[in-house]
Design a protein around this ligand. Structure first.
Ligand code: F6R
Length: 597
């Protein structure tokens, strides 16, 4: 989704802004732009499409000496992805970049138009720069004009504004969309960004702004910010390491990151979650898990584990639905939000609602210091490392693992599991993480098989129990990057309607674990096979009714089979999408972090 960068200092500003935007590229965008203010002059460049187009646009431009810069990648919401609609938006002497949505932009626009203001774009953002300049025209100094502007806005925003009226200052405001200010303590340069990624390797200190903050920043003001923290991070962790796609690299590193997720938390002696030490479990009699997309699928998987292992009632909510359904909440339910980015607007708002109602909130998140982590009472980090592929893989794996650990931790605290059971669970987790190590031969087999799945009228992914959320996730992965129609279903549900679609053009990917309801799934698959649907079976044991068989290693526990099948589904989606010639890491219309409702 939209990304913001900003810079104050003496370095070459164009290249700093462009490389900052490159770091945000994976989040998804359809146009981009930068503005540099130096020696009192504003230089603005915008382009539709990939950053390379913007780089070409500003090829001949270089900036030396002190100056300011702002940059933006836009994911269209109001108005098409055109150059005019790309940010920065331009006034007579000021430029602005903005993430989020200004809900009352129409009324502001109409009143500015009455004053003679002419708009060139269809965006909500453009009103901000004109409103600012109208307040300056009325005699306000630039900072007062900026503050008045911000107080007129309704909605979510992270905003940077630069103006010739104040050539050493970047004005900023944050409400609902993330914004970070950072500094390199040696060079004194100041950076802005909408997420950590562009700052790693450049800045040593950061300040994660809170909602409602409005300010001005020059080279001297950083030290006055509250809550400055050191920034650590390793740029290398976000490189492709010889893989063609980030998604592929991220699938291959799952076995490593799962061990990280378990480190210090899982041992044969039991389960340890230091982060929850102060949580009073006696006051909790149920859990509500709330998330979107892949994180929602992980939550569904988690609900099976928590109910089965910890014997605690667990319901799962789609965050975008939760807010408006007037949910009935009880103080003794633990509200758990699951999010890779920690910035998903729907999940964040659901969390705020639960907090307002007095619930205790736990975040299961991949990004420390993200809005969701900061807003929650407790947090468990998933430790997946930076995930760049828009289609989530290792984040899902680590979310399921954390939920599984949480289930055991709760069961242990409630005295449900004895020592032998805890030991068995810990060893199964280790085995499950090993099962995600990609077998090159299996990958090759899936790659060859993928060419048989490029046509047809759609896919059903089916499974039972915890393999149902895995089926949902398999279908989501495929549709996200291949653009083929795919649905996930509980296999027992097929005969209640969906089986009407079964014919030669229907592909059914069937999840058939040996250790969980094998015979039940088998009879559901037979019903489909009898109606000529093409069956691709994922199982350890050969199933004679299948057209294609993807063999997973035989295991003693269904969770080991779960993680083996998860990898197969991810590789399957990847290989089908590659054959179709799609950009796997940046699929059309999708954004990595969905910061608008
Ligand atoms: C799918 C995917 C999305 C996200 C969803 C929630 O591959 O990545 O469905 O899972 O947008 O995002 P987070 O987990 O960042 O809250």
């Amino acid at each position: 989704m939209c990304g913001i960068v900003g810079y104050i200092g003496n370095n070459e500003k164009k290249s700093l802004l462009l490389s900052g935007l490159k770091e945000l590229e994976y989040r998804g965008y359809d146009s981009a732009g930068i503005s540099v203010l130096e020696n009192g002059e504003l230089h603005t460049f915008k382009a539709v499409g990939k950053l390379i187009n913007l780089e070409r646009k500003c090829e001949g431009f270089h900036s030396s000496g002190f100056g300011l810069g702002i940059g933006h990648t836009r994911w269209a919401t109001h108005g098409k992805p055109t150059e005019i609609n790309a940010h920065p938006h331009i006034g007579h002497y000021s430029n602005i970049v903005h993430n989020g949505i200004i809900e009352n932009y129409q009324s502001i626009k109409e009143s500015l138009q009455k004053q003679g203001c002419v708009f060139s774009s269809q965006t909500d953002t453009e009103v901000i720069v004109h409103l600012f300049e109208s307040y300056v025209t009325q005699g306000n100094d630039p900072f007062s004009a900026f503050k008045k502007t911000i107080s007129d806005l309704k909605g979510a925003y992270a905003i940077l504004l630069i103006t010739q009226k104040s050539p050493d200052t970047i004005f900023y405001a944050k409400n609902g969309s993330p914004l970070i200010i950072a500094r390199n303590t040696k060079t004194k340069e100041v950076f802005f960004a909408s997420s950590d990624a562009p700052l790693i390797g450049l800045a040593s200190e950061v300040c994660y702004l809170e909602d409602g903050e409005v300010g001005k920043m020059d080279l001297e003001s950083f030290a006055r910010l509250k809550n400055i923290k050191p920034l650590s991070g390793d740029k290398l962790s976000a490189q492709k390491d010889g893989f063609t796609f980030f998604m592929e690299k991220e699938i291959y590193e799952q076995h490593k990151v799962l061990l990280e997720t378990m480190m210090g938390r899982v041992s044969e002696e039991g389960f340890c979650l230091d982060e929850l030490e102060s949580l009073n479990l006696d006051s909790i009699n149920s859990l509500t898990l709330c998330a979107c997309g892949t994180s929602y699928h992980a939550s569904l998987a988690g609900s099976y584990l928590i109910e089965r292992i910890a014997k605690l009632k667990t319901k799962v909510e789609i965050a975008s639905e939760f807010r408006y359904k007037e949910p009935i909440l009880h103080k003794n339910e633990l509200f758990v939000v699951i999010s890779q980015s920690g910035e998903t607007a729907d999940t964040l708002e659901a969390l705020k609602l639960a907090k307002q109602k007095g619930l205790t909130a736990l975040a299961i998140c991949n990004v420390d210091n993200s809005s969701i982590v900061r807003e929650s009472d407790y947090s468990l980090l998933t430790r997946a490392g930076i995930e760049k592929g828009v289609a989530s893989t290792k984040a899902f794996a680590t979310q399921v693992m954390v939920l599984w650990i949480l289930a055991n931790f709760l069961a242990q605290k409630r005295g449900i599991l004895d020592k032998a059971m805890l030991k068995n669970e810990a060893n199964t987790m280790l085995e499950a993480s090993k099962a995600t190590q990609v077998d090159k031969k299996l990958h090759e087999h899936i790659k060859r098989l993928s060419r048989r799945y490029l046509h047809g009228h759609g896919f059903f992914f089916i499974g039972r129990d915890i393999f149902y959320p895995l089926a949902l996730e398999g279908a989501l992965k495929l549709k996200e990057i291949s653009y083929l129609h795919a649905e996930g279903y509980p296999s027992g549900e097929m005969k209640h309607g969906p089986i009407a679609l079964a014919d030669l053009g229907l592909f059914c990917v069937t999840l058939m674990p040996q250790n969980l309801l094998y015979d039940k799934v088998k009879s559901n698959v037979e019903e489909l096979s009898a109606r000529d649907a093409m069956i691709c079976a994922l199982s350890a044991e050969y199933y004679e009714g299948c057209d294609d068989w993807i063999a997973i290693p035989s295991a003693k526990h269904y969770m080991v089979e779960f993680f083996s099948m998860m990898v197969v589904l991810q590789v399957f989606a990847l290989e089908v999408a590659v054959r179709l010639g799609n950009d796997v890491d940046m699929p059309r219309n999708l954004a990595k972090s969905v910061t608008v409702e």
